[in-house]
Every structure is written in C-alpha cells, then in structure tokens.
Design a protein around this ligand. Structure first.
Ligand SMILES: C[S@@+](CC[C@H](N)C(=O)[O-])C[C@H]1O[C@@H](n2cnc3c(N)ncnc32)[C@H](O)[C@@H]1O
Length: 277
C-alpha cells in the first residue's frame, strides 16, 4: 500500500537522468569512492545513497550513514536499495540539525544534496558537519533553491504556468489559493552567502560553482508531484488537486511555448576541513 507521504515523495524526480548527473558531479567533487565512511545528509528516498553505494564497490569496510527526518522516505530508501548493498548502510532517523548525536563516528566525507536550503540555522549545522569530519575530510553540497537559482529568462514560463494552473484549479475544482495560509517561506540566501558561511565555519572551499542545468518536461512534471513543491506554490490546496492542476497547466504551457527544456541554476560547493583546525 502506498502511504500519502510516499505518494508525494521526491523519488520519481530523484531518479531522473538529468538529476542523477547533477548529483554524480557533486560526488566527483567530494571524491566519493576514495573514502570509507560517508554521511548522506537529507538522503530522502535514497537516490544519492545509491550513487554513493555504486562508488564504494571496491572499498573495504565502508559505511554510509543515510540521515533523514522522514521515516517514510527512509523506509522507501531501504526498500529501493534492498540487497544491493556492498557497503554497510545505516539509516538514521533524525533531524540533520542533530548530526552530532545522530552519528557517533567521525567520517571522511559528508554529502548534502538539494536539502541545505531547508535548514534555518546553517552556521550551527556547518559547525557540526566540520566537527564530524576527520582532518582533510570533505563536505560537498548542492542546491537549486537559492537567490538566483531561477534564471530571469524563465520568469515568463513560471508566470504562465502558475496562472494557468490556478485557472484550472478554479475551473475544475472551484478552489483558489488562500494567500493567508502560505507556508512560512524558506529564506533563500545568495550563492556568495553560502560560500561565506562555509568559510566562516572553518572550511577551505575547493570548488564553488554555478551551473545552468536544462530541466526537461519530466523534471517539472515530477517536481509537481512532490509535497514540498506543491505546498510552496499552491499553499492550502490538497496535494492531489495541486499535483493534478500543476501537471495539467505545465503540459498546456509547455506545448504552447514549444519548450524543450527550462533551465535552473544549481550551486555546487565542495570544501575540505583543514588538517589542523
Ligand atoms: C529534496 S529532498 C532531497 C533528497 C535527496 N538528497 C536527493 O537529492 O535525492 C529533501 C530531503 O531532505 C529531508 N529534510 C528536510 N529537512 C530536513 C531536516 N531538517 N532534517 C532531516 N531531513 C530533512 C526531507 O525529508 C527530504 O527527504
């Protein structure tokens, strides 16, 4: 049986080839494959955990700590990975903000894919991440939710998509978005502010780059089925109706604008913990 939270999970988006490429590149930056102990922060339904696992084929006694605060996401990740494990995977049900207690071990690398924007006090978390790493250990994260992640030339697409979806919501369901029930919006910070925070926490930034990633129709389609996205763009609307109208609106606007892809900017950062410090 599919539970409500699994039905609106990140899985279908996470498994898309373009998204896998973005994360595989982050794992390259973090040199995943060389280390033995790795934390996958905000692992969700295990899309990135699987990629890490593939890279640890020949590493003896390797351990992955996969952490998420969603019990249903962890369950889905464990089922998805099944018996294909060559490394030990420890699924840890915890807020990432409790990293210090959630993982007792020191680790060689911590990767954090598309989740750092959820955490309000990033400085505190970054200090915990640094403490959890062995000297020369690597921290790598990416995000597509920061100020500047939505390229200006895509604004027309977004405006049309949202307007069309709202019209369909009204027409098909007699519903309107209740502006007062807007979820507390996550504060988006700029790419240079992320870099500053990482440096302030005592890391040496190795790579800090912005990439314009061409997202295909299926990317926008699947993200429209993810609860966080639906709640963000259609606050107060039941998830099933939000998903339905966003996907319908997307299809119509996509065809009318004759689009092939709509880009999004991804920030990727890789930083090392100094040997002494
Ligand atoms: C967009 S998904 C990314 C999942 C995975 N890293 C990937 O790229 O496929 C974000 C994940 O972060 C988790 N998450 C968000 N805030 C969290 C927190 N404070 N502590 C632990 N997990 C959190 C959510 O439950 C969700 O599974």
């Amino acid at each position: 049986m599919v539970t409500a939270s699994e039905e609106y999970s990140f899985t279908s988006f996470s498994n898309l080839p373009f998204y896998t490429r973005v994360n595989a590149r982050l794992l390259d930056l973090a040199e995943v494959g060389k280390q033995r102990k790795i934390v996958d922060l905000g692992c969700g339904t295990g899309g990135v955990t699987k990629l890490i696992l593939e890279r640890l084929q020949s590493v003896k006694d390797s351990v992955i700590y996969a952490i998420d605060h969603s019990a249903s996401a962890l369950k889905a990740a464990a089922e998805e990975i099944g018996d294909r494990r060559n490394a030990t995977i420890k699924f840890v049900h915890s807020e990432v903000q409790n990293l210090t207690d959630a993982v007792r071990d020191r680790v060689d690398a911590i990767v954090y894919c598309n989740s750092i924007h959820y955490v309000p006090d990033k400085s505190r978390l970054l200090r915990q991440i640094k403490d959890k790493l062995t000297p020369n250990g690597i921290f790598a994260f990416n995000t597509s939710f920061f100020e500047g992640s939505q390229p200006p030339d895509t604004q027309e697409f977004f405006r049309k998509w949202m307007m069309r979806s709202l019209r369909i919501l009204k027409r098909d369901h007699g519903l309107s978005v209740d502006k007062t029930s807007k979820v507390e919006s996550r504060v988006q910070i700029r790419a240079d502010q992320y870099r500053e925070l990482v440096e302030e926490a005592g890391f040496e930034v190795q790579v800090n780059d912005l990439n314009r990633v061409e997202v295909p129709h299926e990317g926008w389609h699947h993200i429209s089925g993810f609860s966080d996205w639906i709640e963000g763009v259609m606050p107060g609307i039941p998830l099933d109706k939000g998903r339905e109208v966003l996907q319908k609106g997307l299809r119509e606007i996509w065809d009318e604008m004759n689009l092939k892809t709509v880009p999004r900017v991804w920030l990727s950062v890789s930083a090392s913990k100094p040997q002494f410090g």
